[in-house]
Design a protein around this ligand. Structure first.
Ligand SMILES: [Zn+2]
Length: 286
């Protein structure tokens, strides 16, 4: 909100402001998340694949439902921008805004990544996060936000008037185009608002503007997800590096990220089943 106030406060302004805030959704009514089951399943899982995402570039990976994947920091402090799709239907994709509304601005163990309408089901559940100790710092910042959209060449051009081709939006677009063998222009339409893995962000306390600060992630740290449905994922190693200075340019040291896929033992998931799409009739009142 820019500081262009043209209206005088009404006499009852204080009363209007003093009403009690309510959490928007009755989140205790969400489908249950059996974290104990996931924790048991991850005890004896084996790594079955590994993908390296080059700095300032993107890569895709597939995770079958019932498997785990980790995003691992290697070599240096680096932020990643994550997109997820239903592997069989790209129109069902990660819904950053609804995930934010159901959980919080930043997510960690036990939170879920929800899919777009009309699917609206958990695509993945976070099962481990070596940065869960960070919590909220004195600036109001946390790690792994679902606020920021992704750095993109259009906003960069609008602000700086130059072409830059290694923004996360472009990295994700190139990676998806190669993975599903479609033109860039088609792939671009499937790229969506991300989960900002390892990124440390918040809103300034005075002007409530989105800010970033150097990520606390260090090599060896990882965040781990359980795939609730068959997933196609794409990860960009952001040109912002640790996002402690600038982004959308080649000025910042950047490092690779690694995606590791893990398979639990066959009977480790007893009691779990892949969630169905939303049960809403879809008739919208007609
Ligand atoms: Zn980025």
């Amino acid at each position: 909100m820019t500081d262009n106030e043209l209206t005088n406060s009404p006499p009852d302004a204080a009363d209007r402001r003093a009403v009690t805030p309510l959490i928007c959704y009755e989140v205790d009514q969400l489908p249950p998340c059996n974290l104990a089951l996931y924790q048991r399943a991850r005890e004896n899982m084996s790594k079955v694949a590994e993908i390296t995402v080059a700095p300032r570039d993107g890569a895709t990976f597939e995770v079958p439902a019932g498997s785990f994947f980790r995003i691992v920091s290697v070599e240096g402090s680096q932020v990643g921008d994550l997109n997820l799709w239903n592997a069989h239907d790209l129109s069902e994709r990660f819904f950053s805004g609804k995930t934010r509304q159901l959980h919080a601005t930043h997510i960690s163990t036990g939170d879920r990544l929800w899919s777009s309408l009309p699917g609206l089901r958990p695509m993945a559940t976070i099962t481990h996060d070596t940065l869960d100790w960070y919590g909220w710092d004195e600036d109001g910042a946390g790690v792994h936000d679902v606020i920021g959209t992704r750095c993109d060449p259009y906003t960069n051009y609008m602000l700086k008037g130059v072409d830059y081709h290694h923004c996360c939006h472009s990295n994700l677009t190139r990676a998806l185009a190669a993975a599903v063998d479609v033109p860039l222009t088609e792939a671009e339409l499937h790229v969506h608002d991300v989960m900002n893995v390892f990124m440390c962000t918040g809103f300034t306390l005075d002007t409530h503007q989105y800010f970033m600060k150097a990520s606390p992630v260090r090599p060896g740290d990882y965040i781990e997800f359980f795939a609730e449905i068959d997933l196609l994922g794409a990860l960009s190693a952001c040109p912002g590096g640790d996002c402690g200075s600038s982004h959308s340019d080649d000025n910042t040291p950047c490092y690779p990220l690694r995606v590791e896929i893990y398979q639990p033992e066959v009977d480790a998931l007893q009691g779990w089943s892949s969630p169905a799409r939303s049960g809403y009739s879809g008739t919208h009142g007609l």
